[in-house]
Ligand binder design. Structure first.
Ligand code: CAA
Length: 380
């Protein structure tokens, strides 16, 4: 086993860290408070190559490995998970989906736009009645020969408004249940697409989240990804990789809260000494450090398996389950270490705690990760 990072991986981590600590940190509270979309940060980050991280150079991407990707997401999430989730959905789900399952024409048409950040990717699977039970798709994609007609509603869509390239999952043959589902690339500006209001979220408030309504939206046949009826398996495959991104994000949220708590504990004095000298605080920090390091090993193992073309679905579910719980525990303790200051916005840790909560819900709740893991171990 080799626990060293390559020069390139360390350089990516440093680039992400420098940008996050220097630039994202400056206005993150304002963006969170007022739910302001991080438009100039997204532009800057695309210029750093972070929106084409997993896309091959032949399509204009950087073609990096998944460990580099996880390191970049971790550093960005230490400061701003709204930016990280936009980046994660774009790379892990839309970009990777088109690169892995798309035709040559689809790749040539869409990947350069995604790699350059000219278009942001969105992934439209969830519906009002199909969250955890993802195969219960009510959005229909009726086959009309040379095109499909889409009707239905998608929920909780990251980058619904700002995204340009939608990867949409919909039901073509309802009698076949999950075996009748398809996946499509849909232009966000297609006639018949309307959005619900911006969701007023507890955390990650500056990412753009809406429901999306499809009313007789015409999608050319050549925009279907994969064979007829491959859509559900495609979504499941993509979520295996998406969960590496979200677990790296959770790791970053935990790490950000830990770094702030450690700094605070070394500065804040009570009873005549810095609070890190009180065992009650020092032991909390020790546990936080241990939990983060354990989660990092799981996240990087899942990323390594993906990089080495080995099955990674169970590993990514384990990484997500553990890292998102660690994010919740560590951010809660970081608030506790800060005392009253932790409960106000200026100290950042309350925001990180709100952000941590969402990682236990999206891209498969913790309960869904347990279902995936339990099904896998029952087959061992
Ligand atoms: N890879 C390939 N195929 C898979 C698969 C995988 N990982 N998982 C399941 N399948 C296949 C099965 O083999 C099966 O195929 P056959 O019918 O040919 O045998 C088929 O799919 C159905 O599988 P299941 O019976 O296991 O399906 P299920 O209905 O029990 O659901 C589930 C499985 C894991 C619970 C799934 O519904 C799920 O992942 N739910 C959570 C959904 C989710 O994560 N949503 C996230 C939304 S996106 C998001 O949040 C993005 C964002 O904006 C941040």
């Amino acid at each position: 086993m080799n626990f060293d990072y390559s020069e390139e991986q360390l350089m990516i981590k440093k680039t992400a860290r420098d940008y996050a600590q220097r630039e994202l940190f400056k206005d993150v509270i304002e963006r969170d408070t007022n739910a302001i979309y991080p438009v100039h940060h997204i532009k800057n980050i695309t210029e750093l190559g972070f929106f084409g991280m997993l896309i091959s150079p032949e399509y204009g991407g950087v073609g990096l490995d998944n460990i580099s990707y996880a390191l970049a997401l971790e550093e960005i999430s230490k400061v701003d998970s709204s930016v990280a989730v936009i980046m994660s959905v774009h790379n892990s789900l839309t970009g990777y989906g088109i690169e892995t399952f798309g035709t040559k024409e689809q790749k040539e048409k869409y990947l350069p736009l995604l790699a350059s950040g000219e278009k942001i990717g969105a992934f439209l699977l969830s519906e009002p009645e199909a969250g955890s039970d993802a195969s219960f798709q009510k959005t229909t994609a009726i086959d009309k020969g040379d095109h499909y007609i889409l009707n239905g509603i998608k929920n909780w869509i990251t980058s619904a408004n700002t995204g340009g390239v939608y990867l949409v999952i919909a039901q073509t043959w309802p009698d076949k249940l999950h075996k009748g589902i398809n996946a499509f690339i849909v232009d966000r500006n297609s006639a018949g697409i309307t959005l619900g209001p911006h969701e007023d979220k507890m955390g990650m408030r500056s990412s753009d989240t809406h429901s999306v309504m499809f009313t007789d939206v015409i999608v050319p046949k050549e925009n279907r990804i994969g064979e007829d009826c491959f859509g559900f398996k495609l979504a499941m495959k993509l979520l295996e990789g998406g969960r590496i991104g979200i677990s790296a994000q959770a790791l970053g949220i935990a790490g950000g809260a830990y770094e702030l708590a450690l700094k605070y504990a070394k500065e804040r004095k009570t009873f005549g000494t810095e609070i890190i000298n009180h065992q009650a605080v020092a032991f909390k920090l020790a546990e936080m450090a241990a939990q983060i390091e354990s989660a990092r090993l799981l996240v990087h193992k899942a990323a390594w398996l993906k990089d080495n073309h080995q099955p990674y679905g169970t590993a990514s579910a384990i990484a997500k389950l553990v890292a998102t719980d660690v994010a919740m525990k560590v951010t809660t303790e970081a608030v506790q270490i800060h005392g009253g200051y932790g409960y106000v916005k200026d100290y950042h840790v309350e925001r990180l705690m709100r952000e941590a909560k969402l990682t236990q819900i999206y891209e498969g709740t913790s309960e869904i990760q347990k279902l995936i893991i339990s099904r896998a171990i029952s087959k061992e």
